[in-house]
Write a protein that binds this ligand. Sequence first.
Ligand code: PBG
Length: 322
Amino acid sequence: MTFPITRLRRLRKNPILRRMVSETNVTTNDLVMPLFAFEGKNIKNPINSMPGNYQMSVDLIVEECKKLVDKGINSVLLFGIPDHKDEHGLSAADENAIIPQTIRAIKKEVNNIFIIADICNCEYTTHGHCGTIVNNDVDNDLTLETLAKQSLAFAYAGVDMVAPSDMMDGRVGRIRMELDNNGFEYLPIMAYSAKYASGFYGPFRDAAQSAPQFGDRRSYQMNPANSDEAMREIELDIEEGADIIMVKPALSYLDVIRRAKDTFNIPVAAYNVSGEFAMVKAAAEKGWIDEERVIMEILTSIKRAGSDIIITYHAKDIAKYL
Ligand code: PBG
């Protein structure tokens, strides 16, 4: 039926009707808030390029988690900034390392929260790469061992889900095996499956003090030009036991999110990364965009593209608009 019988504008006039026919709705259930844990007490270091985000000591992270839960944000993704680093990133797996400490403290004091921990070595290595260096490059198979240890340590501390973000081949399978062999068969893995070597991680690396000290991450993270390869990465991660797969960053990769959703029958997460967050904040600060409106549009687009879960630094702010 064409014009004048059909007039698509009919459903756009009334705001209640507009909401009823809205195809995509972002809710607080979809959102995960990343947090940066720092050694010490009563510490809250602002992250300059990520306004409203802080490196926080464990005591303050616990308080922050309580506030998030009050606002309806029931899931956090933890990153750790250790007080000492080593060549392999092994310190991450100590039972008293920053993330195990943080997990135990949150679990003890906060109800109704789901804790996800990022699994990677870059915050813990002296050189800032995501694994053990051999001949100037990250050695895949040696790195699998530190990732497995880290995952198990976080599991013992009580984490609810692990999220490997290192992009080594075979890490999901190796971590799955480690968890299963130690009685954690029901601990889910959310794999950063299609993680691109992106310029959008800059602010995060300041926050996590994890910038590589030489070279870059292009020998392990994906080339932004590739989407077929993303499907192969996802397929392999699913075969190795991933329960949720992730595309990261989100906004320049909405096509990859959609393709993943159409290709695989598995929950899809998207990471709305630090650089994407920083651009919105900077433009809003200058008064060039309407912050709330743009954030909602961005989150809606990520969901519309096919993402079930959105990891976003906007989670805390946006909870009040939802
Ligand atoms: C660790 C990791 C990174 C991010 C999440 N996990 C940084 C990187 O790969 O350099 C980036 C998150 C963001 O930019 O918000 N490997």
